[in-house]
Design a binder for this molecule. Structure first.
Ligand code: IPM
Ligand code: MN
Length: 347
């Protein structure tokens, strides 16, 4: 029997609630599919930071490297640890350290879920560059605390980095409706974003079957609200992709449905799967977090591991549950109720 070794990092807040719920679903799917998921749980989180002074041990990345995939809940407890510390101590080093350069986020309405828009026929795949750009961390502060203080945060775009995310995007578009929208702000940012456009045009030559459009981030933000059905694959830089995928989550009914995969396409290191929603301290441990985004992210993990049938079974279980009106209204159903319904739909 194939056994997959998974690193589980529930993290903070509702990260713990939803990963616990989703793990039951993934185990049930594995049982049905005739494979095994061998999970090792790591307590790395803000609580761990308060105890040890670090979000993960110094060899954390090396510890994770030997797993087939990483399944993460959420990172952040800003009341006790600044987000800039917790995220740069755990989530962002994993994305960068394992060259998980493609952050994939699907945005579509599950059956029975009422989005805020008139349009309900959209199916968007956002692909966000996940290792460089505005999140490179290059910069610094000088003359701290004085009237002359300067803060610089430089976005870094490399040819290798833009080429590989673009190729990845074109491959995804090719497997879907063959439309790719590249997002920049090249009318205002004349170095990096003009470079991005140039690289996009070069790579596009290898994909003549894919229709390419170029949007500025502001226009794309409007388009996702006004005409989401016109979009297929979107490729954007790290920060632009971050912003657009919260719009994507909003139009698909809320963060409770937004799944994501941080993929290392070369498979030279593990990929990581996590819901987009974050730790939501206000509703942590009340048993009311919607586990659907986490379960959907789990299905993306099964797909990545090569268990396509099991992944499809989990997706149809989620869809049959939302079609029955379970987990479709914020706060109506408890985490456990939704989880039990998904487990029942799976069997
Ligand atoms: C996300 C989150 C993170 C990001 C934060 C928590 C650093 O917003 O995954 O979308 O900006 O990447
Ligand atoms: Mn975000």
């Amino acid at each position: 029997m194939t056994t997959y070794k998974l690193a589980l990092i529930p993290g903070d807040g509702i990260g713990k609630d939803v990963t616990g719920a989703a793990w039951q679903v993934l185990q049930a799917a594995a049982k049905r599919g005739g494979f095994a998921l061998d999970g090792t749980s790591f307590p790395w989180s803000c609580a761990y930071y308060l105890e040890t002074g670090a979000m993960m041990p110094p060899d954390g990345i090396e510890i994770l490297r030997k797993f087939d995939a990483i399944y993460l809940g959420a990172v952040g407890w800003p009341a006790e640890v600044p987000d800039s510390v917790s995220l740069h101590g755990l989530l962002l080093p994993i994305r960068k350290g394992f060259t998980q350069y493609a952050n994939i986020r699907p945005h579509r309405l599950l059956p029975g879920v009422q989005g805020p828009l008139r349009s309900d026929g959209f199916d968007i795949l956002c692909i966000r560059e996940n290792t460089e750009g505005e999140y490179s961390g290059a910069g610094g502060r000088v003359h701290s605390g004085t009237a002359n203080e300067v803060a610089i945060e430089t976005a870094i775009f490399t040819r290798a980095g833009v080429e590989r995310i673009m190729r990845f995007g074109f491959e995804q578009a090719r497997a879907r409706r063959k439309k790719l929208a590249s997002v920049t702000k090249s009318n205002a940012q004349k170095h990096s974003m003009v470079f991005w456009d140039e690289v996009t045009r070069e790579i596009a030559k290898d994909y003549p079957d894919v229709e390419v459009s170029h949007y500025h981030i502001d226009a794309m933000a409007a388009r996702m609200v006004l005409a989401p059905e016109s979009l297929d694959v979107i490729v954007a830089s790290n920060l632009f992709g971050d912003i657009l995928t919260d719009i994507g989550a909003a139009i698909q009914g809320g963060l409770g449905y937004a799944a994501s995969a941080n993929i290392n396409p070369d498979r030279s290191a593990p990929s990581m799967f996590e819901p987009v929603h974050g730790s939501a301290p206000d509703i942590a441990h009340l048993g009311v977090a919607n586990p659907i985004a986490a379960i959907w992210s789990g299905a993306m993990m099964l797909e990545h591991l090569g268990e396509r049938h099991a992944a499809a079974e989990v997706m149809s279980a989620i869809e049959s549950v939302t079609a029955q009106g379970i987990g479709t209204i914020a706060g109506k159903d408890r985490t456990e109720t939704i989880t039990r319904a998904v487990l029942a739909a799976l069997s």
